[in-house]
Write a protein of this length. Structure first.
Length: 119
């Protein structure tokens, strides 16, 4: 079975890191240019989504979504929160709008516009 590439692995490949290297929120802020408070809000929302919509959380082994599995077989709240941060940064860096947390882009338009012109 071929594992799906995670958002962290995609981010690391684009930025020249080892595939499974982890990053602190501070490092992600420095690399992406997004203020840490925006990234922390995205992380908090991801952890909140884990609590309220566990079905959308991917499983640990297959990273498949919408599987009817117990919480113990799903990514943790912390993993789901940081995965949402990596997803947000990846989509933005590829020139696409993220499909979540768009209000944070809108509310911080000056920052977002500077970052978008950089991509």
């Amino acid at each position: 079975m071929v594992k799906m590439k995670t958002n962290k692995q995609e981010f690391n490949k684009r930025h020249g890191f080892k595939p499974n290297q982890s990053h602190t929120m501070q490092e992600l802020s420095q690399i992406s240019g997004f203020p840490i408070d925006i990234l922390e809000q995205i992380d908090d929302r991801g952890q909140g989504a884990w609590k309220t919509n566990i079905r959308s959380v991917r499983t640990k082994e297959t990273f498949k979504k919408n599987e009817n599995k117990p919480r113990s077989q799903k990514l943790s709240a912390q993993q789901w929160g940081i995965a949402r941060v990596y997803s947000f940064i990846n989509k933005f860096e590829k020139g696409a709008l993220p499909n979540h947390d768009i209000d944070l882009l809108r509310d911080n338009f000056d920052i977002t516009w500077k970052l978008y012109k950089r991509v």
